[in-house]
Design a protein around this ligand. Structure first.
Ligand SMILES: Cc1cc2nc3c(=O)[nH]c(=O)nc-3n(C[C@H](O)[C@H](O)[C@H](O)COP(=O)(O)O)c2cc1C
Length: 155
């Protein structure tokens, strides 16, 4: 079994963004992609997210546990793609541990959690915008994108 360790940079990114785009495979082979604001690093080898409103993702995982999660910093235009294998927990120790962590950390009401999805990561790839190809520094990219995002919010 391939073993991937989630490093500090990955941990920081996932914690700072608080948003993963989760891709699963529908039974007909077509893709299913939806955002999960509960995406967190669970431990050195796993990401986790909560199913509160994700019937499609969970139904797909019951048939095919393959999952890919993209987490991207929209200002730095960088991120990671995490490929993994999901376990969907609806009760038991792992479910309780995950729900407890979200309850303590975010005040999540356990009654809202339909299932907790634990994803063992088997491959990680860096995502870097082609905007860097011309030799732009991270400061250049941040200077270009931060005002755009802030402007969006204040419009
Ligand atoms: C920013 C954002 C964050 C979200 N976070 C979650 C989440 O953590 N868990 C969840 O179940 N649904 C979350 N949702 C809602 C699902 O993405 C949405 O219900 C989606 O249609 C589920 O699709 P699915 O059933 O194919 O998974 C979020 C939606 C948005 C816009």
């Amino acid at each position: 079994m391939q073993q991937i360790m989630l490093d500090d940079e990955m941990r920081r990114l996932v914690a700072a963004q608080g948003l993963g785009f989760v891709a699963t495979v529908r039974p007909d082979g077509t893709p299913n992609l939806s955002p999960k604001g509960t995406t967190e690093v669970w431990d050195d080898e796993h990401l986790v997210f909560l199913d509160t409103h994700s019937p499609g993702t969970v139904a797909n995982l019951a048939v095919n546990p393959a999952v890919e999660i993209n987490v991207v910093d929209p200002v730095r235009r960088k991120g990671y793609r995490f490929r993994g294998v999901a376990e969907v927990h609806t009760k038991g120790d792992v479910y309780e541990q995950i729900v407890n962590r979200f309850q303590k950390g975010r005040g999540t009401d356990p009654a809202r959690v339909k299932s907790a999805v634990l994803v063992r990561i088997v491959e990680v790839g860096r995502l870097i915008s082609p905007a860097y190809e011309g030799g732009a520094s991270e400061a250049d990219i941040v200077a270009r994108w931060r005002p755009r995002l802030v402007a969006d919010l204040t419009e």
